[in-house]
Design a protein around this ligand. Structure first.
Ligand code: PMT
Length: 218
């Protein structure tokens, strides 16, 4: 593909985990490092795109020449995505968004109860950011990820259809050395009429391959 084939495109990427507060000092989160999403942001920028990276809390540095928007929770991520989605040509949802948040956040640090061996947290479903974008009447070209530990391709295909998106990157996160937090990844790219199983490679290399493949028709 042309070195600058995303020139004049605005690409919005979500990355990293979200943190859902339990109390002022505790939260529920996951093992996403942000590496995959940040690699996509860097690659898209090098390919000429204007890039907005909406990121949960991570410990890696953002690429230069992109706009970084930091968030903590899924609800904040949704808000920032919706703020900008009308100016966006391509939306890539790489973030590991928490499916559930605490139904109420304790104002004070929860105290250990010596007579209570079991503590129950009540969780409530978070909004689905990608599905929300997929429902927009004039939606951007949408690319999702599917992190699965079983029936990877089948579950990914279901998400492609249910979230009403153009491509899904199926990521088997049960294997050592790929997926969450590793430097390499191995995925299958799935659209409504194509399936492309890619070999294992660095997240940097994979980011270029994903953009070249899924945005080729855009
Ligand atoms: O950050 P790294 O350490 O580099 O790891 C990369 C990764 C494993 C996190 C990444 O490759 C990946 O698979 N990201 C998707 C993780 C995920 O949450 O997948 P999911 O199958 O639960 O969600 C499906 C899709 O819906 C995803 O595009 C997700 O961003 C989106 N989603 C999910 C829930 C929700 N409430 N809102 C969403 O937008």
């Amino acid at each position: 593909a042309d070195a600058l084939f995303l020139q004049s495109k605005h690409v919005v990427i979500t990355a990293g985990p979200t943190e859902e507060l339990i109390d002022p000092v505790r939260f529920i989160s996951n093992k996403s490092s942000g590496k995959m999403g940040y690699a996509l942001a860097e690659a898209a920028s090098k390919m000429g795109a204007k890039v907005t990276l909406i990121s949960g809390p991570v410990n890696i540095e953002a690429p230069k020449n992109i706009q970084l928007v930091k968030v903590q929770s899924a609800k904040q991520m949704l808000q920032q995505v919706m703020n900008i989605i009308n100016e966006c040509d391509i939306f890539i949802s790489c973030a590991a968004v928490a499916d559930y948040a605490c139904s109420q956040v304790s104002e004070h640090k929860l105290k250990k109860q010596n007579d209570q061996p079991i503590l129950t947290l009540e969780l409530i479903k978070n909004p689905d950011i990608l599905a929300t974008v997929g429902k927009l009447p004039s939606k951007p070209f949408c690319v999702g990820f599917a992190a699965e530990t079983q029936n990877v391709e089948q579950y990914a295909r279901t998400k492609l259809v249910q979230k009403n998106i153009d491509w899904i990157v199926a990521n088997d996160v049960s294997k050592e050395g790929i997926g969450f937090n590793s430097d390499d990844n191995q995925v299958t790219l799935i659209s409504h009429d194509k399936t492309m199983k890619l070999k294992k490679m660095t997240k940097q290399k994979l980011a270029y391959t994903i953009l070249e493949t899924v945005c080729a028709v855009n």
